[in-house]
Design a protein around this ligand. Structure first.
Ligand code: C6P
Length: 418
């Protein structure tokens, strides 16, 4: 983490207070205490702009997309496709046709594993993943391995929670067919040097999928600059609705891949003898999509663009530095994940107190954090812990909330020492 003299907040407190006012849930109480929401890596809260966009759609435009000639359907289709262009611009993809709407990061990765992976991989082939992965970027590849007889190779993690890059290079061999990496670790916050790692994979003619679930709201993502082949993220971690996600894929690859699911909208023509598939991106969008959710995602992108991603990242980084220094002073607290380059995630264990107890005690003070293995069990095992407590920051969190976390943890320590 870059700690050089960055104690002042990246955005002033007034700006943060203005941003906070956009999120109705932040004005509520839990157990009679003002909500301190520090579980943003699990899901972010939604600004009014997103809530109202969904509400407006259902009140005025609700209709199926790509199917009707009537006005409502056309309005719904226009709004849906406009959101695709917003995602294209957010990722700097070359074309909106490279943006496939899915249910979330999990579905995006399963799509690539089952469509790209199943059609291309054979017995003895190898897939490289890292020791930092969320189960969503392990299990789909494991399932593929079982189906085709391929093997997983795993990049080891150092004591700071960073990937060992020399070991990564050594994993490549004549049978390597795919690299699948988290852009940011959900459990530790480590930012993975995905550009350099993608270049290494490409030097071996191996495509790269990046799991951007924890990156999309916190670090700049430019898929053309990264040159990744696939990029997956979930709307709900980007202040948008749940049940919507995005798979970016290079058009050349997506065009060559077989469909993942069959059904309406993904076809051009169907007879009992033969089906001709639709063009991109519809080939991968079988069935009625979550239209309201996609429109809400578009509203989230507009909202964040108006604030500015750089301002958000600077604010979250300053908060991470501030909170890290404070929690390090708590007796018996061990931070898990001390990478040089981190997003606003603090994962830790407290001596004598189980993570779930920490979470429950904090909840009674109105503070929401996540506790457990964070769907990253191999990573927990790497650090020799069954679970951690994880506080994760978003654009609306304040220093005062970081102070509340520290005070809450001091209370936990006190309770367990008496
Ligand atoms: N991580 C967390 O608390 P879905 O569920 O499909 O929206 O996202 C899955 C996923 C994939 N990759 C990473 C890196 C993730 O962090 C997540 C979701 C949440 O850490 C819920 S387990």
């Amino acid at each position: 983490m870059n700690m050089q003299g960055e104690l002042q907040l990246g955005a002033d407190e007034l700006a943060v207070q203005r941003w906070r006012a956009d999120f109705p849930i932040l004005q509520t109480c839990v157990h009679g205490k003002p909500l301190v929401y520090l579980d943003n890596a699990a899901t972010t809260q939604k600004p009014l702009a997103v809530i109202e966009a969904e509400d407006r759609y259902y009140r005025h435009d609700n209709s199926n997309v790509h199917r009707g000639v009537h006005s409502l359907s056309q309005r719904a289709t226009d709004a849906f496709e406009a959101a695709r262009v917003k995602v294209q611009r957010l990722l700097n993809a070359a074309s909106p046709n490279e943006i496939v709407f899915v249910r979330g990061t999990t579905e995006a990765i399963n799509l690539v594993a089952q469509s790209y992976g199943r059609s291309r991989l054979r017995e003895g082939d190898e897939i490289i993943v890292s020791g930092l992965e969320h189960h969503s970027n392990i299990v789909p590849w494991q399932m593929l391995c079982q189906q085709v007889g391929a093997k997983l190779r795993v990049i080891p993690v150092n004591d700071a929670g960073e990937l060992k890059l020399e070991a990564y290079e050594r994993l490549f061999g004549p049978h390597t067919r795919m690299v699948a990496l988290a852009h940011v670790s959900n459990a530790l916050g480590t930012v993975v040097p995905v550009k350099a790692m993608t270049d290494i994979a490409h030097a071996h003619d191996v495509p790269v999928l990046l799991d951007g679930a924890q990156a999309i709201a916190h670090v700049p993502v430019d898929v053309q600059a990264l040159d990744c082949d696939f990029y997956a993220f979930s709307s709900h971690k980007l202040y948008g609705p749940m049940g919507v996600g995005v798979l970016y894929g290079k058009a050349e690859l997506l065009n060559a891949m077989p469909p993942y699911q069959g059904g309406g909208d993904m076809i051009r023509s169907v007879s009992f003898e033969h089906t001709e598939y639709n063009v991109l991106p519809f080939k991968f969008e079988a069935g009625t999509p979550n239209v309201a959710g996609v429109i809400g995602l578009g509203a989230a992108i507009d909202y964040l663009s108006a604030i500015g991603f750089e301002a958000i990242a600077a604010h979250e980084h300053a908060l991470l530095v501030y909170a890290t220094r404070a929690v390090e002073q708590i007796p018996g607290l061990r931070l898990i994940g001390t990478a040089h380059d981190k997003t606003g995630i603090l994962s830790f264990v407290l001596k004598d107190a189980h993570a779930h107890d920490v979470g429950t005690i904090l909840d009674h003070q109105g503070i929401a954090i996540r506790t457990g293995h964070h769907c990253a069990m191999p990573l927990m095992e790497r650090f020799g812990v069954p679970a951690t407590a994880r506080a994760s920051f978003a654009l609306y969190n304040t220093r005062r909330e970081a102070d509340a976390l520290v005070a809450g943890l001091e209370k936990v320590v006190e309770l367990f020492n008496t």
